[in-house]
Design a protein around this ligand. Sequence first.
Ligand code: SF4
Length: 247
Amino acid sequence: MPFIPMQKGFVYGPIASKRLRRSLGINLSPVDKKVCTFNCIYCHYGPTHVGQYELPTADEVTTALEARLKERPLIDYITFAGNGEPTIHPQFLEIVQAVRRVRDRLSAGTPIALLSNSTQLTRGDVLEAVELIDFPIFKLDAGDNAMLHEVNRPVAPIELDEIVEYLCRLDAPCIQTVMVAGGIQTCEGPPFDSWLQAIGKIRPRLIQLYSPDSPIVSEDIAPVPPERLAAIARDIRRKMGLDARPF
Ligand code: SF4
């Protein structure tokens, strides 16, 4: 299974991103472990670490960010992403507030983005932090619990209905979906229909559609043909009046 190396710092990049162009990443996970509430079948960071781990402090993150921004890198976004799920950090809200202060001082006008798996939206402090982020993007790959367990493989007790309910409470969020084909597939049939139903409830302002990145790390899945992703996006735009784009 070919996995990509972990991000070795609390701040990394900028990396070239299809959505976020030159994205300066912030990693709130350890530099040698993936810490996440999911263990997605397509994840390139290897298996999710379960057990003890240490997370960076707000000071460590802001010191690293200040040092990097003083080098004046060409960036389009500062993005919370990294080696796992950023919102599981218990001080996520404080860190977002501190990062905003550094951004305002050293890179005023650069928007802050978040790539999140949506599982921590039940926490009030995370909801408060999300309000402070210019471009939060939330994962929704499945429309029912069976596919959630096949594709995202939670390592904590998480129900799909609860994720959808909290996404519905946000004001038209941006949703990112990785669709899979092959032995486990979500791009057609009942798994696709249930995902579409969830999308209809959430009414996102934008749905970003992806196939798993190459190399595919599990034999149980295959890439979704680009024409299928394009057709799904087209149907969503035409039939549901929502913005959807394949990447
Ligand atoms: S949510 Fe992201 S980091 Fe977590 S397992 Fe899935 S792909 Fe990997």
